[in-house]
Design a binder for this molecule. Structure first.
Ligand SMILES: Nc1ncnc2c1ncn2[C@@H]1O[C@H](COP(=O)(O)OP(=O)(O)OP(=O)(O)O)[C@@H](O)[C@H]1O
Length: 577
């Protein structure tokens, strides 16, 4: 047969129909009125496992017992989309009668397809949906921020932790380039998409708040094809804050463990040298000492040094913060209690701080916080050198040197009736005033370099100097938190610095010094003082703020304050006294 003969033959409808039936993915079985199989296509062979030559001419009930085709012959009614089992496979069948042009039933035909694969697929989709729900839950529940981009570096997904950390919402990130969240550093998503390799623990700054973070990014692949990358971002500032706290606590422990002596107290200013001299003299006596000075100016340091230089050095040194405990607890802590003093579980007596420090020194910090009742008891101990434990009657003799400290204006507290006059005079035998740091700026460079030496050792750094403008800022700042604040500011500056930097610049200090706004500055210094002093301090804070806004330019600061430059210079020099 020639090609054109074949083409002609193919033009006949019957041949086309046959070819179609043979090639169909659906199985087809047809019977005549005698219920004999007259059509059995290859898909029917595949589904039933019966060869066409064995099926054709056979009664359908013998080949496919549940075909229901004889029933169709009888009823002449079609059955559409019937689900049934065939050799353990699930199939869907359409059964229709074959009608003559007159409408008589001349046979029946069944078209059926295997739906097992479809059902398996449906189950798989369901399983995938479950996995997706699970992943979504993990995605949102994790405490790490996550961002996902596609193979072109376009943002696909972020979780809510990402928004909390970076301050960027879905609107800012989804559909945008992977670089949108970078404040400092290279986009790790882009690097991973370029190299196909994961990156680990890269530090950078992200978002409008320039959050310090540590980033891990991994490529996402499906069948070896890179389809994007996923980044897990850890908040480094929280970690740093915790590390900082830990280091400070460790430093504090080390300081407590090492004995502090007068040589550890850094002093250059005449006011401080005078206070130091007074403390050295006090150490030679057994008299009660009262240390006065603002918070963080070194009162505890002085107390330690006095004890170390005294003849009680081999005895214990104990500190009680009178502000930290409630009145009743404080009394039993100070004077101890005897068995039965408390009902319930706290049975058995206990020695108080006075007994514990027998032969040594008891440092009573924040003495102005004692209630009037406890003040009376303390006065008795100071006068009689005797204590009576809470709930007890037996008097015990104690040999304790008391060093008291306060940042409160005791004269005013006395005038207000909050501090006993007799106790005031009893404590005031040897008062030592430790000046606030702003009154002794001469000490600042020396203190700063000493702290740097210690902090370098603590943080493994090599910071050796402070830039001129940074030092100038340290000198003009008001230091409401005194030496403790200076120590903290330097410590934060070191943490803020890059590991390679060795000089403290103004920018390393600015955030710490500017974080304190007027309100927090005013409160610690404006309490318990004369009106003149309070006004002076308020004025100083106003000047400080104006200088801050004028970036240290005194002419501009004077203009802002509406005073002459001369008058500003005068006020500044008066504050340095
Ligand atoms: N002259 C100084 N030389 C070296 N370090 C100092 C000096 N003054 C204070 N410091 C340090 O500053 C910090 C605060 O000092 P300290 O605890 O003695 O202050 P304080 O007046 O007792 O504070 P508070 O009233 O808040 O308890 C400490 O770490 C201390 O070592």
């Amino acid at each position: 047969m020639t090609q054109s003969d074949k083409a002609k033959e193919w033009g006949q409808p019957q041949l086309q129909l046959d070819a179609l039936i043979q090639a169909m993915h659906d199985a087809m079985v047809a019977i005549d009125l005698r219920e004999t199989i007259v059509l059995f296509n290859p898909s029917a062979e595949r589904l039933t496992g019966v060869r066409a030559e064995d099926a054709l001419g056979m009664p359908v009930s013998e080949v496919i017992p549940n075909s229901r085709l004889p029933h169709i012959l009888q009823t002449g009614q079609a059955e559409i989309n019937q689900v049934q089992m065939l050799h353990h496979r699930s199939i869907v069948t359409n059964r229709v009668p074959v009608l003559s042009p007159d409408g008589d039933v001349t046979g029946a035909i069944a078209v059926f397809r295997d739906t097992t694969e479809l059902l398996d697929l449906a189950a798989e989709v369901l399983h995938l949906k479950e996995i997706q729900t699970l992943l979504e839950a993990i995605f949102e529940a994790t405490q790490d921020a996550i961002s996902v981009v596609d193979q072109h570096g376009i943002g696909l997904r972020i979780n809510s932790e990402y928004t909390r950390l970076t301050g960027l919402s879905e609107q800012d990130v989804i559909g945008k380039a992977a670089t949108v969240d970078i404040a400092e550093g290279e986009s790790m998503h882009m690097r991973v998409l370029k190299t196909g390799q994961p990156v680990r623990n890269v530090s950078m700054k992200v978002g409008p708040y320039r959050k310090d973070v540590l980033v891990n990014v991994a490529p996402m692949r499906v069948h070896d094809q890179l389809i994007g990358s996923v980044a897990v971002i850890h908040d480094l500032s929280e970690m740093r804050a915790l590390t900082e706290q830990l280091q400070r606590a460790n430093a504090q422990i080390r300081r407590l463990a090492t004995k502090i002596t007068f040589s550890d107290i850094i002093a250059k200013s005449p006011a401080m040298l005078e206070a130091l001299e007074a403390a050295k003299q006090a150490a030679r006596t057994r008299a009660t000492v009262l240390l006065r000075g603002e918070s963080g100016c070194g009162k505890e340091l002085f107390a330690h040094a006095i004890h170390q230089a005294s003849d009680r050095v081999s005895g214990p040194f104990l500190r009680v913060n009178c502000a930290a405990l409630s009145d009743s607890v404080l009394e039993s802590e100070l004077f101890g209690y005897e068995e039965g003093a408390f009902t319930g579980a706290r049975k058995g007596g206990r020695r108080g701080f006075f007994e514990e420090s027998d032969g040594g020194t008891l440092f009573l910090d924040e003495i102005a916080e004692l209630s009037i009742g406890t003040q009376a008891k303390l006065l008795r101990v100071l006068q009689e050198r005797e204590i009576i434990p809470v709930g007890g009657t037996r008097v015990r003799h104690v040999d304790v040197r008391v060093i008291a400290a306060t940042h409160v204006n005791l004269e005013k507290a006395m005038a207000d009736g909050r501090f006993r006059e007799d106790l005031y005079y009893r404590l005031h035998v040897l008062p030592i005033a430790i000046p606030p740091l702003r009154k002794r700026t001469q000490d600042i460079p020396l203190l700063a370099f000493n702290f740097l030496t210690r902090l370098n050792a603590e943080y493994g750094r090599h910071v050796h100097s402070i830039a001129d403008d940074a030092l100038a800022r340290l000198l003009e700042y008001a230091w409401p938190g005194n030496v403790r604040e200076l120590e903290n500011v330097l410590s934060r500056a070191l943490i803020r610095m890059d590991y390679r930097e060795q000089i403290i610049e103004l920018r390393h200090l600015v955030p710490s010094l500017e974080q304190r706004d007027v309100a927090t500055d005013v409160f610690p210094v404006l309490t318990d003082d004369t009106l003149a002093n309070q006004l002076k301090r308020a004025e100083r804070i106003a000047i400080e703020n104006a200088l801050k806004k004028a970036h240290g330019n005194r002419e501009e600061a004077a203009a802002r304050l509406g005073v002459s430059v001369r008058s500003l210079y005068y006020k500044l020099s008066r504050d340095q006294e």
